[in-house]
Design a protein around this ligand. Structure first.
Ligand SMILES: Cc1cc2nc3c(=O)[nH]c(=O)nc-3n(C[C@H](O)[C@H](O)[C@H](O)COP(=O)(O)O)c2cc1C
Length: 248
């Protein structure tokens, strides 16, 4: 059975794009991308996000540094910051004279999930316009400085950045985990996972060794092991607390 339109093919043709032509993105295209972001489903209809287009060259230069440095943050025709945002809701609660309960982890999850869904909707729509891009978790490297630069109020936190532009070329696709390792039936299938891990080790070792740009010796399993061996962005814990998400 064939899908009714080419959305699935567009999604399955994904690769992150980090090099762009100089062509700028028309304002109407960007507006449509943001409109699509807004049409993502949203927990309790909270719509807990704000999207900031960073066009000021000085700000872009500073963010490029803070995110890594990552050169494409400065060079991409478009750079968006997706911010989880309960500031709007704090204003509502204040206006209504009701409590504003933010001590549980739940609303951090709600904010992060809502923002990520909006971001992915934007990303897919950008691709439908022939654009490409990459999401930027590096925006959480220095959250205090990012918040200062973008004047983020309390009850907000940056979730990801997004570089967008017309791709200079299409790199190969990075392999994904074997389907039985991610799609289980009725209960978690430990056996499928145990089988998928060595299979993916082989697939990714060969992919990384043979890719034409930036070949590597390590497989995905080795990359994951070193990724998880050190604490990740511990500054986010203090930052979230300072932004009002106290986790009791
Ligand atoms: C939330 C998020 C944050 C990411 N942050 C970065 C980043 O800071 N820099 C970068 O080069 N790629 C970043 N990526 C891209 C991933 O590295 C990329 O999606 C992954 O390696 C798989 O490759 P592919 O997207 O080409 O399939 C991010 C992706 C996501 C979803």
């Amino acid at each position: 059975m064939e899908p009714k339109n080419d959305t699935a093919a567009l999604i399955q043709n994904h690769r992150s794009i980090r090099k762009f032509t100089e062509e700028s993105v028309p304002k109407e295209v960007l507006e449509d991308i943001i409109r699509s972001a807004q049409w993502a489903p949203t927990s309790h209809n909270v719509q807990a996000y704000t999207i900031i287009s960073v066009t000021d060259p000085d700000l872009r230069e500073k963010l490029e540094e803070l995110c890594g440095p990552q050169e494409y943050v400065g060079a991409a025709p478009v750079f968006l910051v997706f911010v989880a945002d309960f500031h709007k809701h704090a204003l509502i609660s204040e206006d209504q004279g009701t409590a504003f309960e933010m001590e549980e982890a739940e609303n951090v999850l709600v904010g992060a999930v809502d923002t990520a869904l909006a971001a992915q909707n934007a990303f897919i729509t950008a691709k439908a316009y022939g654009l490409g891009g990459v999401m930027i978790g590096g925006i959480r490297n220095a959250p205090h400085k990012v918040a200062q630069l973008l004047e983020l109020p309390t009850w907000t936190f940056p979730v990801m950045g997004m570089c967008l532009g017309y791709p200079e070329h299409l790199p190969g696709q990075k392999p994904r985990f074997p389907l039985p390792g991610v799609w289980h039936h009725n209960k978690y299938q430990e056996k499928e996972v145990q089988e998928a891990l060595p299979a993916f080790d082989q697939i990714t070792r060969s992919y990384y060794q043979n890719r034409p740009v930036n070949p590597k010796r390590e497989s995905w399993l080795e990359q994951m092991a070193s990724y998880l061996a050190a604490p990740r962005r511990p500054q986010m814990t203090t930052f979230l607390k300072e932004q009002g998400f106290t986790f009791k």
